[in-house]
Design a protein around this ligand. Structure first.
Ligand code: ZN
Ligand code: ZN
Length: 288
């Protein structure tokens, strides 16, 4: 049985079952989905029949863990009341759907502090999380704050700040809180992945978004690229995938999908990188 967990963000457009079909097609055993349109405030209702078939298919196909990525519109750190209130309703919906779908993880970006200092923004965010999560509990779900590239005034590209956000969220939420690390975001934020994992506590990071970067190190620009085609490069991904401390992490691609074969291609690259180290290959080819 496959022990490594390698997968991708897949579409649920039409039905949830489409995500498990897509996972099979591309060779993934872990997935991330949006539980509603990520660019619309009004969330669609889940169909109980669809939810049940999705759960059965995941069990049968051994697709785990399953992560949900929150809508990009949600910004609980927003200074404007209208955005804040819409975000609180949106986040509550995200948590409710994650529980309903038996998701293992709900991944969110901390938001943007536009028009206010970071301290005030984190205060708003904490109040927002308290209101969104009020009365909601789950034995399974873990809430993950994702490290960001620090583009514009985005919160969460500074490790100390991300830890503060998580600590304050943990005080107001009845759901355990951890982190999601994104290889492209760390790189664009000018951070080394292993330093980030050490500082956050490797055991608090179950999911690694596995993306190469179209933007250079420290550029603070968030643009994902196919594995091996960006500034991070294949050898770095080989180090991540073969590191003994990271064997039980879920590596989930969020690389561009320009055509149908892209996810399958990137996943097959990850699988190859898991198998052999370059040094072993060099040794055997030199006959030593
Ligand atoms: Zn994200
Ligand atoms: Zn990501």
């Amino acid at each position: 049985m496959e022990t490594r967990r390698l997968g991708a963000h897949v579409s649920v457009a039409g039905s949830l079952l489409r995500a498990t079909e897509e996972a099979t097609r591309i060779g993934a055993n872990t997935i991330q989905i949006f539980s509603s349109s990520p660019r619309m405030w009004k969330a669609s209702k889940l169909d109980p029949h669809d939810v049940k078939s999705f759960r059965t298919a995941r069990e049968k196909l051994d697709i785990r863990p399953m992560a949900i990525h929150c809508s990009y519109l949600i910004n609980l750190a927003a200074a404007e009341d209208e955005i804040f209130l819409k975000s609180a309703v949106g986040m509550r919906g995200e948590i409710e759907r994650a529980i309903q779908l038996d998701a293992d993880y709900l991944v969110a970006h901390p938001g943007s502090c536009k028009g206010q200092c970071a301290e005030d923004a984190i205060q708003r965010l904490t109040i927002g999380m308290r209101e969104s999560g009020r009365g909601l509990k789950s034995a399974r779900l873990k809430f993950l704050w994702e490290i960001t590239a620090g583009q514009g005034q985005a919160l969460g590209s500074d490790i100390g700040q991300l830890k503060e956000i998580a600590a304050r969220t943990a005080e107001v939420l009845d759901i355990p809180v951890g982190y999601c690390v994104d290889t492209a975001h760390c790189f664009a934020a000018g951070l080394d992945l292993f330093d980030v994992l050490r500082e956050l506590g490797q055991e608090n990071v179950p999911v690694i978004h596995t993306n190469d970067s179209k933007a250079p190190f420290g550029s603070r620009v968030d643009r994902h690229e196919h594995i091996g085609k960006g500034y991070i490069g294949k050898e770095a991904f080989r180090r991540y995938l073969t590191h003994p401390d990271l064997r039980d992490k879920a590596f989930i691609l969020e690389t561009p999908e320009n055509d149908d074969g892209d996810h399958a291609q990137n996943l097959s690259t990850l699988k190859q990188l898991c198998r052999k180290s370059r040094t072993t290959l060099t040794k055997s080819s030199s006959g030593g």
